[in-house]
Design a protein around this ligand. Structure first.
Ligand SMILES: Nc1nc2[nH]cnc2c(=O)[nH]1
Ligand SMILES: [Zn+2]
Length: 469
């Protein structure tokens, strides 16, 4: 069950344990915390050790907070920052898990283009987009970078749905004027630009200051865009200052194709750079097979990378060298890449990042291994940097927005029996675990049953029966 509170938030104090990343290697866990969130959704104060002070006393201690609402973690759980999905195709959600043994280029033709082309049907778009936003919220995703389709009306609908359900979103109308089948492509570079401008104008009407929704310029990937289209989108990005998202260096056949199609460019990365599409607001998904020169170019432009390990494994694209990317100073976040990736969960993606890093380590050595802390950092602070919101979301600090999830863990009964009446989560706590153990048990074993409630900018956007606010 999911209920939402569409009203403006009231002053609220969140009581109980909380955890968040304080650096790429460190998670701070406070066992008895109190976080005050003002009616504008911003964190006003954080107390790290309230001991057993009763809630009413805490309210009286903070001037102006006497009448604050209290939301308390009553069982074994903790507050955690909302997840940031830096790369997800909302339109492909119905195909999650359906990819067989395909690889990128045949997967696009077999599964993806037929589904995306059907978004002329607005009733279908409404149903799918409502579901994917509900589903990602239920997994704790408070910010998502969405690819929609080429269709203006359906893309605008996705923006409307994110706004009404309260999810922070970057919404991209997909541009593709060559190579895809006739039934699914932009007629020309000019129509691709006009359609993109129409989607930007729509967001300008529903959320003019981009409080929650931001349009994002979206050339699908180099092979599906003519040079004219890439150049025009680069110009549009420069004129509007809007962010850009695209795919890069995902699959070896794709890279060969780019080399054939753009012979005057030095590399895949150079294609985007020449078109003015490589800057500090560019999000490049995959980045599996980049050369050292390409990584240096990306770094010099301060462009960002969305690591999509589940998709890279499912489509046999390769294992991205995340340790190398991080060591070279590139900014990295996580992307589910639904439906190249099979899951809408960033927690699952973080686990996959760890497992893929183990496979890289089996070839390149132990230094490639990511830790739980690093994967959680990629899922929160790293993602926030990728989308340019690192001062607002991704952690708990005074002045940041309350984009958060309440994680709830179940305690095993004395006799070990399961109470079938309750919708128990998959993580069992025996009460001998340290807080770090609990965090790891959630990380490796948890799912959306453990996400009791979710807030964006202080607004409650998802709850389960486990939430007792
Ligand atoms: N994973 C993935 N790669 C792409 N490259 C171009 N389009 C796509 C897509 O939809 N998914
Ligand atoms: Zn993708």
């Amino acid at each position: 069950m999911s209920t939402t509170n569409g009203t403006a938030s009231e002053k609220t104090i969140y009581l109980g344990a909380f955890a968040h990343c304080t650096s790429q290697q460190e998670v701070e866990i406070c066992e008895a915390g109190a976080i005050g969130v003002d009616s504008d959704g911003k964190i006003a104060f954080i107390e790290r050790d309230i001991g057993d002070i009763p809630a009413y006393e805490l309210c009286e201690r903070q001037q102006g907070w006497e009448k604050a609402k209290i939301v308390e973690i009553k069982d074994q759980g903790f507050f955690f920052p909302g997840f940031i999905d830096t790369h997800i195709h909302a339109s492909q959600y119905p195909n999650s898990g359906i990819f067989g043994k395909s690889t990128l280029l045949d997967w696009l033709n077999t599964y993806t283009f037929p589904l995306e082309s059907s978004f002329t049907d607005l009733a279908k778009a409404q149903r799918i987009y409502a579901r994917v936003v509900n589903r990602t919220l239920s997994h704790g995703t408070t910010t998502a970078c969405y690819y929609a389709t080429v269709h203006v009306e359906a893309t605008n609908l996705l923006s409307d749905i994110c706004l009404s359900k309260g999810q922070r979103a970057f919404v991209g109308r997909v541009c593709m004027d060559q190579l895809s089948p006739d039934y699914y492509r932009d007629e020309s570079a000019e129509t691709a630009i006009q359609a993109t401008e129409a989607c930007i104008a729509h967001v300008g009407k529903i959320d003019p200051k981009h409080h929650l929704i931001t349009p994002i310029i979206t050339p699908r990937f180099a092979p599906s865009c003519s040079e004219g289209c890439l150049n025009a989108l680069g110009k549009l990005a420069q004129q509007t200052g809007l962010p850009i998202q695209t795919h890069i260096s995902e699959n070896k056949s794709e890279i060969e194709l780019v080399a054939e199609m753009f012979p005057s460019s030095k590399s895949y990365t150079d294609v985007y750079d020449k078109a003015g599409l490589l800057n500090a607001k560019t999000i490049l998904a995959h980045a599996v097979h980049l050369s050292p020169e390409e990584r240096a170019l990306i770094r010099s432009r301060d462009a960002k990378i969305s690591h999509c390990p589940a998709s890279n494994t499912a489509l046999t694209s390769g294992a991205a060298p995340v340790r190398t990317l991080l060591d070279e100073g590139l900014t990295v976040g996580l992307g589910t890449d639904v439906s190249g990736g099979y899951s809408p969960s960033i927690l699952e993606e973080a686990r996959q990042a760890i497992l893929v890093s183990r496979h890289v380590a089996m070839v390149d050595g132990d230094a490639a291994k990511l830790s739980t802390e690093e994967a959680l950092w990629l899922a929160t602070r790293g993602g926030a940097k990728v989308v340019g919101l690192e001062s607002r979301v991704g952690g708990f600090e005074v002045g940041m927005d309350w984009d958060a999830q309440m994680i709830s863990l179940d305690v095993v009964s004395e006799d070990g029996e399961m109470d079938e009446a309750e919708n128990k989560g998959p993580v069992d706590v025996f009460m001998w675990e340290s807080w770090s153990d609990r965090l790891n048990k959630w990380f490796y074993g948890g799912d959306d049953r453990n996400t009791a409630a979710v807030w964006v900018k202080g607004r409650l956007v998802h709850t389960t029966p486990k939430y007792r606010g």
